[in-house]
Design a protein around this ligand. Structure first.
Ligand code: ADP
Ligand code: MG
Length: 346
């Protein structure tokens, strides 16, 4: 199939912005004015505060277009930002996206990128309220700003964990990291022999999807609210469980005990890890990019969180002086290291 290629220069900056904007409609009541003027006009629900977060993604640093389809890159760049709003227990409402793009990219490539962005906006019910477009000398740069809101008393920071609180995590851990290992390996094969298509057996599809199509756990935020559970602290897992536990402990001035046998690790992740000679535990603790929510709740909420299907209770908050420990299946206690790679390597 021949790919159509239209140069961005043919459209010009305004033409490109118009083309981007036509695919989007505003669904949030609060989006009073979106794309098209000097600034977006946004109302937040009465009695709520605004939450804002931004992330920048640079080609070759945060993503590799050799194995990242542009529509999934668009989707993921939105999802990971909404994940930050979810991690504050907020409801995401609008995003702003700035792109720097070189003439290596065609209009069709920008379309693919925004197809993914549009899909994410639809899935998470957020509006694209604006952005900026510039040329870049080399490669693609994306900056996403997410805007959300919540009642001030419902905003959850990293700082509220109390001794005795239960440590909970949504979903499963380590799969996104294994997905990346698979993609990097297949890409190597691909570079040696360009005629060879990457071979990705179906059982690996889950891992690849976890890497390429990250999801923000806004569903968990809603479920916690329905159950009447307000976490004492929360963070999203972008850099790996160990690192996020460090953030919570540092900002809440506490320690933590986590149990290896409680960690949610999919069988597919275990199989792939053993294929790569890695310990599944290392992948779960240090892999990163899971974009699950790590949160703490009072012990009195045990029944409620225990009923949540996609939430695991993995540990308990301790005094700061008791340190950060991982209790292995063998009963052995090891200190959690933020960079625990070599420490846990099998
Ligand atoms: P200005 O010169 O004031 O920065 P622009 O011409 O850059 O205005 O943008 C015009 C409108 O298009 C603004 O509402 C801006 O938010 C929006 N916009 C520009 N680039 C993008 C983009 N990549 N994605 C979404 N909206 C964009
Ligand atoms: Mg501008």
């Amino acid at each position: 199939m021949e790919n159509k290629r239209t140069e961005i220069a043919n459209l010009g900056e305004f033409g490109l912005i118009d083309r981007i904007a036509t695919g989007f409609s505003n669904e949030q009541k609060g989006t009073l004015m979106g794309i098209g003027d000097d600034a977006a006009v946004i109302a937040i629900p009465e009695g709520e505060v605004l939450l804002a977060s931004c992330d920048m993604l640079a080609e070759g640093v945060h993503f590799d277009l050799a194995y990242t389809p542009l529509h999934l890159l668009g989707y993921k760049s939105v999802a990971v930002n909404l994940s930050d709003i979810a991690a504050m227990n907020g409801i995401p409402r609008q995003i702003l996206i700035s792109i720097g793009i070189s003439n290596r990219f065609s209009v069709e490539a920008v379309d693919a990128l925004y197809d993914g962005i549009r899909q994410a906006c639809k899935d998470y019910q957020v509006d694209l309220a604006g952005g900026d477009t510039t040329s870049s000398r080399a490669g693609l740069v994306l900056s996403v700003t997410a805007i959300g809101s919540q009642k001030p008393e419902k905003v959850v920071s990293r700082a509220g964990a109390k001794v005795g609180d239960l440590v909970c995590v949504s979903g499963d851990l380590g799969a996104a990291y294994m997905g990346l290992q698979l993609l990097v390996r297949e890409n190597k094969v691909f570079q040696v022999n360009p005629d060879m298509q990457p071979e990705l057996p179906e059982e690996q599809a889950y891992l690849i999807q976890r890497q390429l199509k990250a999801e923000a756990r806004t569903d968990i935020v809603h479920e916690l609210a329905e159950k009447g559970v307000l976490p004492s602290s929360m963070i999203d897992i972008s850099d790996g469980l160990a690192s996020e536990l460090f953030h919570i402990c540092r900002q809440s001035h506490c320690g933590v005990h986590v149990f290896e046998d409680k960690l949610p690790i999919e069988n597919l992740t275990r199989l792939a890890a053993s294929d790569f000679g890695l310990s599944p535990l290392t992948c779960a603790m240090n892999g990163g990019e899971d974009y699950e929510l790590l949160f703490t709740v009072a012990q009195s909420d045990y029944e409620k969180v225990n009923q949540m299907e996609d939430v695991s209770i993995i540990g308990v908050i301790r005094e700061e002086s008791q340190g950060k420990s991982l209790i292995l299946k063998s009963g052995q206690v090891v200190e959690i290291k933020a960079q625990g790679w070599t420490h846990f390597k099998s």
